[in-house]
Design a protein around this ligand. Structure first.
Ligand code: JB2
Length: 212
């Protein structure tokens, strides 16, 4: 089977996981990664330069895809901006679903989203663009996850939960069923969200309360 060539943006920890998943998928051939800072080869994948190398790459390889490997907490806006930058250059940004993730029937995963190993997404859920569903998170049935949300490792989102754009749900947090979290929230690691959140801010603890 012919593999689709793909370039990864970012050369940190998140990109490393993404590159490993892309290599395992047997669907993609990872050409290299871009980063403002050279970080040497990553899992055998070469450094291509900063993002300004991408327009040349796009001209040379018109069928090359791209994946965003920038996950840094608090940088959801950068992911949004980089997604728009790549779209403007004409790159396709396929959703990347790890072979070891479970995405059940009637689930939509948007462009430039990634679903890492052990994540489970159940039926009726809608995942927007640029979303990170990190290792071993659970997105139960009928959830709506808006663009550029990061669901960190080990999070449990119960059935019918909504998470607004660019929000981050920290590692191991739990959100009970049918609760909506608005855009631009940060839910601290291990928090338990039991009531709707309608104001952007930082929420921590059990039950989760606004910190700032
Ligand atoms: O505009 C950019 C850009 N800005 C920063 N374009 C490109 N191509 N790369 C950019 N970067 C690069 O992203 C930084 O120079 C850095 O190499 C990388 C971010 O790496 P870092 O290790 O700081 O974070 P991460 O995003 O790979 O991982 C974080 O988020 C994950 C979800 C960590 O917190 C991980 O532990 C976490 N699992």
């Amino acid at each position: 089977m012919t593999r689709t060539e793909i370039v990864v943006l970012g050369g940190g920890g998140h990109a490393k996981v993404l590159i490993s998943i892309l290599k395992k998928s047997h669907t993609y051939a990872v050409l290299g990664y871009t980063d403002p800072t050279p970080r040497g080869d990553i899992l055998g994948v070469p450094y291509l330069g900063a993002d300004d190398a991408l327009s040349m790459l796009r001209r040379q390889r018109s069928s090359c895809a791209a994946a965003i490997g920038i996950g840094t907490v608090r940088l959801s806006l950068l992911r949004t901006e980089r997604r728009q930058f790549l779209e403007a250059l004409g790159f396709t940004l396929p959703p990347i679903v790890a072979p070891a993730a479970t995405v059940n029937e009637d689930v939509e995963v948007g462009f430039a989203s990634v679903v890492f190993d052990g994540a489970v997404v159940n039926s009726g859920s809608r995942i927007g663009q640029g979303v990170i569903l990190n290792t071993h998170c659970t997105v139960e049935h009928d959830c709506t996850i808006e663009d550029d949300v990061h669901v960190a490792p080990g999070v449990t989102l119960s059935g019918g939960v909504q998470v607004g754009a660019r929000s981050i749900v920290g590692a191991g947090a739990t959100v009970i069923q049918a609760v909506a979290i608005c855009a631009d929230c940060f839910i601290g690691a291990g928090a338990t969200v039991v009531a709707p959140i309608s104001q952007p801010g930082v929420y921590v603890g059990t039950p989760a309360r606004r910190l700032r």
